[in-house]
Design a protein around this ligand. Structure first.
Ligand code: COI
Length: 397
């Protein structure tokens, strides 16, 4: 058993005093006494649970068949929640037991898709204790950029990273053993307050939950097969293609389902104006390689500025490749030596074939492909197998 009753804790009084003082700090001079009594009680309850969980030994694992992990939801123990009203700033969040949340039927997120999400992975360190998360500040900044576009207040970078760390620590028994997968961390920002006429919601919720995951595609690390979709578009100029709004994702489902029915792994979208330039796949960015030149579509407002995409660009340049962010046409794609996709969930996935207008184009997927080198260089940093000279990883102990 990992949980002790509160009375068993050796320093109960000092922990309570510290928690009360932590809680009161940002609230001094505000509100009524009864408000603070109930808020403080719930804060203390949640904070105590978190305190106890952090005492779990590092080698305690949840009951999961780690070798069978896929990219599906496995419910974990805790989630982090922070709320604020429309004209306010986020100020204080806490861990809650993982579970359903209550929303008004007229919540902005349910009626008008006023919401954003992020995704990142925490790895158990191979050599030594603790966990590593990869460039969480970048996710925090991307959420801030998206929240501006979606008219929502957003957590500060510090609040975002703190919430992610708390969520990983509270769910640490769900972080897969090294080499078996990662804890996928999913921050959400949503208009939780009721609204009927089209307008920003009156209240906002920032929530972080996590789930242990394995490979994203059912192919595992095997090369994937994409089909170019010309009828549906993922985004349009002036739209929200560059922000990680929840509204960008369900519109791709129809094309994705149709592609899967025909045996493809995923869909590759082209631009909505000329139907000619590559944009991205349904959940990842795309790269092509021709000789020593690696190209990826420029992020001109219709493509997500992937954090893995940016990291791979940097790594590839350091490995001596010329990397171009530009308009990449379907013709360039057909002419490429190698194609691969990048994303947090996907990591770096080699592409075996692309089907365009009924014609299948095959690519080199052997052991010597550059995408394998890039995958290794990236994941070695993410998993702590090599020294992180770039300061990309954040250690959680
Ligand atoms: C991620 O890579 O984190 C994503 O956002 C993809 C998601 C649709 C599974």
């Amino acid at each position: 058993m990992f949980k002790r009753s509160f009375s068993q804790h050796s320093s109960t009084t000092s922990i309570f005093m510290k928690l009360i003082s932590d809680f009161m700090k940002p609230h001094r001079g505000l509100g009524s006494c009864s408000f603070f009594t109930s808020r403080a009680a719930s804060y203390l309850q949640n904070a105590c649970e978190a305190t106890f969980d952090s005492e779990r030994s590092e080698d305690e694992y949840a009951d999961v068949e780690w070798d069978k992990l896929s990219f599906g939801l496995v419910e974990t123990d805790y989630m982090y929640i922070m709320k604020c009203s429309q004209d306010d700033e986020f100020s204080h969040g806490h861990l809650n037991k993982y579970g359903n949340i209550e929303l008004s039927p007229s919540a902005g997120v349910l009626n008008y898709a006023q919401g954003l999400f992020e995704g990142m992975k925490a790895y158990r360190k191979v050599n030594g204790n603790g966990f590593l998360i990869f460039r969480p500040e970048e996710n925090a900044r991307r959420m801030q950029m998206g929240s501006d576009r979606m008219c929502m207040p957003s957590p500060s970078v510090e609040q975002f990273v703190h919430a992610v760390k708390q969520t990983v620590l509270a769910n640490k028994r769900w972080v897969p053993p090294a080499g078996k997968g990662a804890l996928y961390v999913r921050p959400l920002l949503m208009g939780s307050g009721p609204v009927l006429g089209l307008a920003p919601a009156s209240e906002y919720m920032f929530l972080v939950y996590a789930a242990p995951v394995g490979n994203y595609f059912k192919e595992g690390l095997a090369p994937i097969n994409l089909v170019i979709q010309e009828e549906n578009h993922r985004s349009t100029p002036g739209g929200t293609g560059a922000v990680k709004t929840i509204a960008n994702y369900s519109p791709v489902l129809k094309a994705q389902m149709q592609a899967k029915k025909k045996g493809f792994t995923d869909v590759l979208f082209v631009d909505s104006v000329e139907n000619k330039y590559l944009e991205e796949a349904s959940c990842c960015n795309i790269f092509i390689r021709k000789n020593n030149v690696i190209s990826t579509p420029i992020t001109g407002g219709t493509i997500l500025q992937g954090i893995t995409r940016g990291s791979i660009i940097e790594i590839a340049r350091e490995l001596g490749y010329q990397v171009e962010e530009r308009l990449v046409s379907v013709e360039d794609l057909i002419d490429a030596d190698e194609v691969f996709c990048t994303g947090t969930a996907v990591v770096v996935a080699p592409v075996n074939s692309i089907t365009y207008k009924g014609q299948r184009y095959k690519y080199n997927c052997g052991e010597d492909v550059v995408s394998r080198k890039l995958y290794r260089s990236l994941t070695d940093i993410q998993m702590g197998l090599v020294e992180d000279k770039k300061g990309w990883t954040v250690q959680i102990d």
